[in-house]
Design a protein around this ligand. Structure first.
Ligand code: GLC
Length: 550
């Protein structure tokens, strides 16, 4: 399937739209908003898990991959949603959480009951004298092994202790997962997002301690992952689908391997390095301002390497695991509209497929959480404790959690200025942001200069100009700090993209080569008024302008 000129929209159903008043979004809510999404113009809706689960990780702890959680609706509603989405010219992509199941999954329950066949579905290991089999650290904090007294064995959980890692070396596991894919393709699904899929190639046999890190080097992009993916594609209809892999702590080289079409693995990958430029020395739970120079270097490196190696990226600022980019990299008050448009342009003019996360198109900001009880996410509540154990006061810990919590991206979508922002008539499961009276979809639709219409235009332009969806990426290193610029080229058409990440006006002078190339160019898109190409430009705060030469 052709995916270069597509734009994909991510829905976190729990926070999207509630229709039955229980405070939790549902599938019917997505159906209700299909016209809105069609108006935006997106091609495909990635819906995060709504399968049967226990809520330890909001759906990423799956009890049954082929059943709809009653909190979200029924299989019939899902089938109608697929049909109606198609009428609105959109397809559906589902989220496959195949690195682990919940401990409430039938397979794990049987394993616990002593069934050896199912014990081999997971990584059960003997402990060492002094404790767990290895010192690996779970991504949500603490040791990555949980002891089961009855069996006198530990099982591996790279995430929450209720998310047990699946043993992909067992062909029975792989065959069960293939059936899941086929099941959903039969329901009319056209794409799949694979959760933390580069963690499935773990070592065979005994695992080793990691004395240099948290264990990730032993299982990230492991030696078996590519064969596992190839087999999954070979034995299912995945090759006809849109596929994207979520890659944790990966490298451009690994991502070329995953996505080069000759390899027959995936269409594209999410990587996260560009969202760690405000982590001091990679530490998520410490704060700093984003390092824009580092951000530019990461974009350049990934663009050039993947292009040279025939790979393809999925690009995004926001998802259900990230604080809102407009609060992080933009200015969500003084320059709300302009910095939102700048960030949108950055992602949509990179070489790759852009993803929009619900609410991004109206500039939703970080949540306004006041105290720890306002948070719901397991990672946030775990780290609130860990930070205090490490010596932070409760206030300091709360401050860090407010900036970093995944709940920032999970506050209910702000549809209008009515009670609970039109999300629910009941009590919302997580606090609605107080700024909903200003920032909401209804207001956005009334204002022709809104972010919503900017995104609509970006999606349309991607389809009209092959240079955006397919053009070669050419880096443009500049002296000016906080400016990210590059070129794109396709045949005789060339783009010059300039984005100012700063609150300050910044002067930009072009080289003779650029002056000559773009002297008769015109702006294709800009978030400031009356911009024309000159050899010296005084960029406005958060300006983003794309010049085109045809
Ligand atoms: C992915 C999901 C995240 C989840 C984790 C474990 O990173 O996006 O929400 O907690 O995997 O499944």
């Amino acid at each position: 399937m052709k995916f270069n000129n597509m734009t994909i929209y991510q829905i976190y159903p729990k926070s999207f739209q509630d229709t039955d008043g229980d405070g939790v979004g549902d599938l019917e809510g997505i159906r209700k908003r299909l016209s809105y999404l069609e108006k935006l113009g997106v091609d495909c809706l990635w819906i995060t898990p709504f399968f049967l689960f226990h809520q330890y990780d909001n759906g990423y702890d799956v009890d049954d991959y082929c059943a709809v959680n009653p909190d979200f609706g029924t299989m019939e509603i899902f089938e109608n949603l697929v049909k109606e989405a198609k009428e609105h010219k959109m397809s559906i992509m589902l989220d496959m959480v195949f690195n682990h199941t919940s401990v409430f999954h039938e397979w794990f329950q049987k394993a616990l009951a002593g069934d050896k066949y199912y014990q081999d579905f997971y990584y059960f290991r003997k402990g060492k004298e002094e404790g767990p089999p290895t010192n690996w650290v779970s991504k949500f904090g603490g040791n990555a092994w949980e002891y089961v007294e009855k069996l006198d064995l530990y099982y591996l959980h790279l995430f929450h202790k209720n998310q047990a890692d699946l043993n992909w070396h067992n062909p029975n596991v792989r065959n069960e997962l293939k059936k899941v894919i086929e099941f959903w393709i039969d329901k009319g699904v056209k794409g799949f997002r694979f959760d933390v899929i580069n963690l499935i190639g773990k070592p065979k046999g005994e695992f080793q301690d990691d004395f240099e890190g948290d264990g990730r080097r032993f299982y990230t992009d492991g030696p078996y992952v590519n064969d596992f993916l190839k087999e999954l594609v070979r034995d299912t209809r995945l090759a006809e689908m849109i596929t994207v892999g979520e890659m944790s702590s990966t490298s451009p080289e690994a991502c070329i391997q995953y996505t080069n079409p000759e390899e027959g693995e995936l269409n594209m990958v999410f990587s996260f390095h560009h969202l760690k430029v405000d982590y001091p020395d990679g530490a998520k739970w410490k704060l700093m301002e984003p390092d824009i120079e580092k951000l530019e270097n990461i974009f350049t490196k990934w663009q050039v390497k993947l292009q040279d190696g025939g790979g393809w990226s999925a690009w995004f600022w926001n998802n259900h695991d990230q604080p809102r980019a407009i609060s992080r990299f933009g200015d969500d008050e003084t320059y709300h509209n302009r910095s939102g448009k700048m960030l949108a342009n950055v992602v949509h003019f990179l070489r790759g497929t852009p993803y929009i996360y619900q609410g991004e198109e109206i500039g939703m900001t970080n949540g306004d959480f006041r105290n720890i009880d306002d948070f719901n996410d397991v990672e946030s509540t775990n780290y609130y404790k860990i930070l205090q154990e490490e010596g932070h006061t409760s206030q300091e810990a709360l401050h860090i959690i407010k900036e970093r919590s995944r709940d920032n991206g999970r506050t209910p979508v702000q549809w209008n200025g009515e009670k609970n922002a039109g999300f629910t008539t009941g009590e919302p499961w997580v606090k609605v942001n107080d700024n909903y009276k200003d920032i909401n979809a209804e207001n956005a639709l009334k204002n022709s200069d809104s972010l919503f219409y900017h995104y609509q235009k970006l999606i349309r332009l991607r389809k009209e100009y092959p240079v955006i969806s397919e053009g070669t990426y050419i880096p443009l290193p500049l002296e000016a700090k906080n400016i990210f610029a590059h070129r794109r080229k396709e045949g005789d058409t060339e783009l010059l993209a300039i984005h100012n990440f700063s609150k300050e006006p910044t002067e930009l002078a072009f080289s003779d080569e650029i002056k000559e190339l773009f002297s008769d160019s015109k702006p294709l898109l800009s978030n400031v008024e009356r911009r024309t190409f000159k050899e010296k430009i005084l960029l406005e705060p958060y300006e983003s302008t794309i010049f085109i030469k045809e």
